[in-house]
Design a protein around this ligand. Structure first.
Ligand SMILES: [Fe+2]
Length: 183
């Protein structure tokens, strides 16, 4: 039987009951991204970057995320664990340490399709898609992604401010417009 969005969510929900939920979610995503065709069929074709909420409640958020080619999302935190599973393209993650007055770069990780990345609840990262194809992923968070107050930082100055999801949406719109108008 074909994979459905409900099943993706219920498998993540089931993982929350395991002894170590974040690792159980990692295993669920590793299984899911091993079959990208099934995910494409369940989630539909991607022709623009954006974030689609598949599920969110107080202890679980499941997002379908497509990063537009050439876009970069500035450093931010989640204040909850996160697991990212790529099933198309590649997502380049950069990590940061908090230091007085801002951030300090602290390595990175390229995440190609088929890979899964676990982020602890104190991680600060930025994300870029440097390829000429959409980077498509499932992002699972151990809480309500949309209601928790948290910070983001400017790329250049590392100045901290409250996370602004409207600003993130505008970043996607701008990146989509640039990608559509490419020559
Ligand atoms: Fe993030």
């Amino acid at each position: 039987m074909a994979l459905a969005v409900d099943e993706i969510v219920s498998r993540c929900r089931g993982a929350l009951a395991e002894h170590t939920p974040v690792l159980a979610v990692r295993d669920v995503l590793a299984e899911l991204v091993a079959d990208p065709r099934a995910l494409e069929d369940a989630l539909g074709p991607v022709d623009a970057g954006g974030i689609t909420t598949l599920h969110h409640d107080a202890d679980l958020t499941v997002l379908h995320v497509a990063w537009t080619p050439g876009m970069a999302l500035n450093p931010h935190e989640h204040r909850m664990w996160a697991v990212i599973g790529l099933y198309g393209g590649q997502e380049d993650n950069s990590f940061y340490r908090r230091v007085p007055g801002g951030l300090e770069p602290s390595g990175g990780r390229e995440l190609p399709a088929g890979d899964v990345l676990v982020l602890g609840d104190d991680v600060v990262h930025s994300v870029a898609n440097s390829r000429r194809e959409f980077a498509v992923a499932l992002h699972v968070y151990g809480g309500d992604f949309f209601s928790v107050g948290r910070s983001e930082w400017e790329f250049d100055s590392y100045q901290e401010r409250p996370r602004d999801l409207d600003r993130t949406r505008r970043l996607f719109e701008e990146a989509n417009a640039r990608w559509r108008s490419r020559t």
